[in-house]
Design a protein around this ligand. Structure first.
Ligand code: HEM
Ligand code: HEM
Length: 223
């Protein structure tokens, strides 16, 4: 149960740390990619890979509001939300529309990262750690995907920031504050419990993602 009856815990610490680290690292990857600082670019890229893979795992094993099954709703629920949503009551986690934006954000970032792992630049000097496993031409295609999906990601992120701004300003829901503190205001008479998460699942996720990221960084060459 919540200790504070006016507010309820809506986001677990992993979702929050994931979010703010992702923004920081995305900025570093963008800046270093444009400036061809490949050392830093790859480090930021690996960290983003680890974060996003952990978030996907957490979407199945995390707290109530982190789970895909909880926030991915069909078209009926989305239409009902759009028709009846009065802006009064904050959602218990992502709303039916926002849920799909999470999938869009995670997908574009995962595709950029996966493409980056196989990418090769024009003269073959810079490459991702898995580029040796594919031909030069395939590496170039990965590179093109890396760049074009990056541009698509900027559009998706732009929409994301506009949507958050809309809720924040016009609906007066402090979504940004909730993503920082993990808490949101409880609507009048709302019986909802704090989110809970399993430390065992978190440890399994961290260990698994750590091992996978290490294997990826070493190009799956363990000799
Ligand atoms: C979300 C994460 C990432 C973002 C936002 C990102 C973004 C970028 C950008 C903006 C460029 C410059 C493209 C250009 O103008 O030439 C670039 C190039 C590159 N990135 Fe990433 N990147 C990410 C992850 C990764 C990862 C994980 C790797 C591999 C470890 C990687 C490897 C490369 C390589 C090898 C290039 C040079 C390719 C070329 O010039 O065609 N990137 N990236
Ligand atoms: C300053 C800019 C940003 C602000 C203020 C912001 C704010 C937020 C807020 C408030 C949420 C929770 C939405 C809800 O209540 O349903 C959220 C979710 C999310 N944001 Fe952002 N965001 C920003 C930039 C970004 C960027 C740059 C990325 C990607 C690189 C991103 C990726 C995500 C993802 C994946 C989620 C889903 C969180 C989860 O369930 O794990 N955001 N953002």
């Amino acid at each position: 149960m919540s200790t504070d009856t006016e507010s309820v815990k809506v986001w677990d610490p992993f979702v929050r740390v994931f979010h703010w680290s992702l923004i920081t690292l995305f900025g570093i990857a963008w800046w270093s990619g444009e400036n061809h600082d490949m050392e830093r670019h790859k480090q930021a890229g690996y960290a983003i890979f680890a974060l996003v893979v952990f978030r996907v795992f957490w979407g199945f094993a995390g707290s109530r509001t982190a789970r895909f099954a909880q926030f991915l709703k069909g078209p009926g629920a989305i239409m009902a939300y759009l028709k009846t949503h009065d802006g009064e009551r904050p959602s218990d986690g992502h709303n039916p529309l926002g849920g799909w934006s999470v999938v869009a954000l995670l997908s574009v970032i995962l595709v950029i990262t996966l493409a980056g792992l196989f990418a090769v630049d024009v003269d073959g000097i810079e490459s991702g750690p898995l580029a040796d496993w594919v031909s030069f031409d395939t590496g170039r295609i990965a590179s093109e995907w890396h760049e074009s999906v990056f541009k698509a990601a900027l559009a998706v992120i732009g929409l994301h920031i506009l949507a958050i701004g809309y809720y924040q300003v016009l609906n007066a829901h402090n979504l940004i504050g909730s993503m920082i503190t993990g808490r949101r205001e409880r609507a009048k008479g709302e019986a909802v419990e704090d989110v809970k998460w399993s430390p065992v699942m978190a440890l399994i996720g961290i260990a698994g993602v750590g091992a996978l990221t290490w294997a990826v960084m070493s190009g799956f060459k363990f000799g």
